[in-house]
Design a binder for this molecule. Structure first.
Ligand SMILES: [Zn+2]
Length: 379
């Protein structure tokens, strides 16, 4: 699992003149046909060629060649197990950093004085950190689910060890009652302790949302013991055995995350359509969204899944057009065909510092009816 501290050395990178860093983002998702049979290698070589073509001067090219060699050497032995791969490499400083990420990545290479960490940071902002509190009557476990990976915090409840309650006394019936009362007291004490620890850990691990798991009676009691600010972060509770395998906890959490995300997308599309109707810094439909993108006004681009309209691009001024035209109305340049305008828009928006967001299912249907794409605008 990637933590912010892993990015520290990248963010605090000290630039060295004449020694740029090669940053590579690679879509290696094996559920996509284009990536099968190591198709991602060809995609990487294309991206590298694109960067190389912009370089001027023999020295720079030589420096770049050393970095690419190191990366290509790594890739030739690499087997993807997640959706994306991120690499930062500066051969002249013997620096090589790589991580797989389980989120969608747009393939792209950069060669610059500092590692290009922006897409990685954006992935962090976009994905929420879920805390899962799995509580039994006498135990509790805490997990973080982030970027589709799970981590159990073993240290969390070490101090909340349970002392067994021993029955004592000669009066059997009375001692039975005592045991019951003590057990109830203990369960209550245990849950209070869990609530306190949840408060501590939710700050320590920066949970955006929380899931309470365990027997139904226990989770509802725990919910009641949480302070209001934490209750607001609880998005669901699930009946799970306290000894569940982490993988099972992960699968349950991903299902919840999916539901929460879908609901967020429906809200986003509603807001987009309303804002566009009121002319409040929003664009809807291909034509007006493309215009806004050309003008660099988009900060949040929204598009429906499976919406991939073809179009054209001017070979001279690179302006995109939906549908078919004979020549560019701006410069009379020739046009070439573009297979997927949405893909081009995503790249354009992201490289201009904006965000691109795909919506699915019901939200996608609603957006498709309204033109398939839209955007919230900076001005
Ligand atoms: Zn043109």
């Amino acid at each position: 699992m990637i933590a912010r501290r892993d990015l520290k050395e990248l963010i605090e990178w000290e630039r060295k003149p004449g020694s740029p860093v090669l940053s590579v983002y690679l879509d290696v998702d094996q559920s996509r046909a284009a990536n099968l049979n190591r198709g991602f290698e060809a995609a990487l070589k294309n991206e590298l060629r694109f960067v190389q073509e912009q370089l001027k001067g023999k020295k720079k090219r030589e420096e770049f060649r050393k970095d690419t060699e190191r990366v290509l050497n790594f890739i030739s032995r690499y087997e993807p197990t997640q959706r994306g791969l991120v690499i930062f490499c500066d051969a002249s400083r013997k620096f090589f950093w790589h991580r797989q990420v389980n989120v969608p990545v747009i393939s792209r290479a950069y060669w610059s004085e500092r590692p290009h960490v922006r897409p990685l940071l954006e992935a962090f902002d976009e994905f929420e950190r879920y805390g899962v509190i799995l509580t039994g009557k006498a135990q509790a476990r805490v997990f973080t689910v982030f970027l589709r990976e799970i981590e159990e915090h073993q240290e969390a409840f070490a101090e909340a060890d349970v002392r067994h309650i021993k029955g004592a006394g000669s009066d059997h019936r009375r001692s039975q009652m005592n045991i019951q009362r003590k057990a109830d007291e203990h369960a209550r004490w245990h849950l209070k302790r869990v609530a306190e620890l949840v408060e501590e850990l939710s700050d320590k691990y920066a949970f955006d949302r929380m899931v309470l798991a365990g027997p139904a009676g226990v989770t509802s009691e725990l919910y009641g013991l949480l302070p209001k600010r934490l209750r607001q972060r609880v998005v669901a509770s699930r009946a799970l055995p306290v000894d569940s395998k982490p993988h099972h906890v992960l699968m349950e959490t991903l299902k919840i995350e999916e539901k929460v995300e879908r609901a967020g997308e429906r809200k986003l599309v509603r807001e987009l359509i309303t804002a566009a109707a009121k002319n409040e810094r929003a664009a809807i439909g291909l034509e007006s969204t493309i215009t806004a993108a050309e003008e660099g006004r988009i900060w949040r681009f929204v598009y429906a899944e499976d919406f991939a309209p073809g179009g054209a691009e001017c070979v001279k001024c690179e302006v995109l057009f939906p549908g078919t035209k004979r020549s560019c109305p701006y410069c009379r340049g020739k046009l070439r065909r573009v297979n997927d305008l949405v893909e081009r828009l995503v790249k354009q928006v992201v490289s201009a510092g904006g965000k691109a967001e795909q919506v699915r299912e019901a939200a996608a249907k609603k957006l498709t009816d309204a033109g398939g794409v839209g955007a919230f605008l900076r001005f």
